[in-house]
Design a protein around this ligand. Structure first.
Ligand SMILES: Nc1ncnc2c1ncn2[C@@H]1O[C@H](COP(=O)(O)OP(=O)(O)OP(=O)(O)O)[C@@H](O)[C@H]1O
Ligand SMILES: [Mg+2]
Length: 230
């Protein structure tokens, strides 16, 4: 599903920063993979290259059948919108819109039937356990609930891959657990491929494999024992 070959990213500047120094790995369809490593090891940088948010300095990224390095800017934008989903530490919901509208809007972006999208938004909010909160505004729900709205929003175009960068960093431990269990459910029941950056050692119990980064390189790739999954 995702294949990376010799990926490098050096941030330009007075003193160029080599954040990724040659990274190769493969993620299979339906896998839930964590990217871990200490602060500054290149986790977010890697996620940004995979998610087509940034352009690598060198190397190759394949998502599905597409060699995404060959896409121009407008093709990239289309690819992101149609094929990828994102969840960040900040929920980035639009405060003037209800939960349902927040999920609805990205579905409209490339011309689907608005009524269908409206129904789909409600179904997704139900899936994340917020069927009773459709008309609430972001400031009327908890942080954990806001992040679940963001999860529903990320799923609206049935992404091939869901990318999450420290999705639970702003949450209390109970809300964090709810979000991670939701990820696990999406992974198990919808076979959703997920790539998640995390700092939390405890998150290992939810994932299939961990890509450990150290100083812009892969330190090791660890397979997590299935037995640990509930
Ligand atoms: N936009 C940028 N310009 C220049 N250097 C950057 C930029 N973004 C990140 N870096 C540098 O690249 C390296 C990797 O950063 P990155 O954000 O990928 O780390 P990280 O593993 O996500 O860290 P954290 O756990 O703190 O979020 C760091 O040395 C960082 O200072
Ligand atoms: Mg980071």
């Amino acid at each position: 599903m995702v294949k990376v070959e010799n990926l490098k990213k050096t941030y330009p500047g007075k003193v160029p920063t080599p954040a990724l120094r040659g990274v190769s790995f493969e993620i299979k369809e339906g896998e839930f993979v964590a990217i871990m490593g200490r602060s500054g090891s290149g986790k977010s940088t890697l996620l940004h290259q995979l998610g087509l948010i940034d352009t690598p300095t060198e190397g190759r990224i394949l998502i599905g059948d597409a060699d995404v390095g060959g896409l121009n800017d407008s093709e990239k934008t289309k690819f992101r919108l149609e094929k990828l989903g994102y969840i960040f530490q900040e929920y980035a919901l639009i405060t003037e819109l209800t939960a349902r509208e927040n999920v609805w809007v990205p579905a409209l972006a490339y011309g689907k039937d608005p009524k269908h999208c409206w129904e789909h938004a409600a179904k997704l909010l139900d899936l994340v356990g917020l069927g009773e909160r459709l008309d609430h505004y972001p400031n009327e729900i908890s942080g954990g609930e806001q992040q679940r709205v963001a999860v529903a929003r990320s799923l609206v175009n049935s992404p091939k891959v869901l990318f999450a960068d420290e999705p639970t960093a702003n949450l209390d431990s109970a809300s964090a657990k709810t979000v991670l269990e939701l990820f696990r459910k999406l992974n198990k029941e919808l076979k959703q491929t997920i790539v998640m950056v995390t700092h939390e050692p405890d998150d290992r119990q939810y994932v299939d494999r961990i890509i450990w980064l150290s100083d812009g390189l892969i330190e090791k790739i660890e397979k997590v024992e299935r037995i640990k999954h509930k």
